[in-house]
Write a protein that binds this ligand. Sequence first.
Ligand code: ADP
Ligand code: MN
Ligand code: MN
Ligand code: MN
Length: 332
Amino acid sequence: MAYKAEYIWIDGTEPTAKLRSKTKILADGDELPIWGFDGSSTNQAPGEQSDCVLRPVKSVPDPIRGGDHVLALCEVLDIDMTPHPTNTRAPLAAVAERYADQEPWFGIEQEYTFLKDGRPYGFPQGGYPAPQGGYYCGVGSDEIYGRDVVEAHMEACIQAGISLSGINAEVMIGQWEFQVGPLGPIEVSDQLWLARWLLYRVGEDFGIAATLDPKPVKGDWNGAGAHTNFSTKAMRESYDAIIAACDALGEKAQEHVANYGADIEHRLTGLHETAPWTEFNYGVSNRGASVRIPWQVAVDKKGYIEDRRPNANCDPYVVTRLITDTVCSPRA
Ligand code: ADP
Ligand code: MN
Ligand code: MN
Ligand code: MN
């Protein structure tokens, strides 16, 4: 019996990369081979030297096709087998290995917005729904749009072996969130990219698109983030390590914000549960802070912190690399 492997990779679109995939049919028992694609169609190569290489790095059961079919997340290489410039997984792997002894864990809250007929799902044609207030974790067909897609996506993720920790409806109508983790930096990032692919793919079956646009509606409507919860072994044992992590992030604040997703200045305005992108602060329970220390962590005097700055459209390979490097590297 043949099986189908969906080769999934991240392209070179600027400023925000897109997911691509294509299907390879393999004989029963065959290992996933290295494969290629036309990089000139994905902003990854010029037309006269168009070949790029796909190397599978993680294979999971395909919940869409079922059976023995698989999803194969790939990294992109040049034909000399070195990482392609758009391959952000390779530099993360080096940092993750360097600091593996500190056991960094990440839990990422992926917010996103459903689109139907070219506008956020639930927005009436040419107008606006009732102002925000009742939609977050709401129930009822006047407030909730797209729950059938959310349920199907959640089930697909579970069947694919993705470590979802939950889902919820968000503050803007048609906006939702799922959480992946806690897991190590590479594992959480691989799983988040696969979960994003499944979100788009499941949406096809409902005629509903999803966008990671960090500010899909201008004005008094919440943006979409990817709050990144983080701990090391030391932080899970001591409050001093929690505070040291916050201080380390503060010292590198601008470098982080510049790499946390395109158009971050449109989302981190200081309104709608954000801190301004030009400033850095941290605080217990404060959802207007750059970095929040959950109240339970302040009570227990150990645990994790929440970096609230990453955009929904961030690259988790970049975000987890920066946080791991900044917090785990020795400081003067
Ligand atoms: P919020 O209250 O900000 O909405 P969520 O419940 O949506 O928080 O997400 C919290 C995330 O933090 C989850 O993904 C969870 O797995 C993760 N998390 C919990 N403990 C840790 C930890 N020790 N280190 C890293 N992440 C953690
Ligand atoms: Mn959340
Ligand atoms: Mn949220
Ligand atoms: Mn959060």
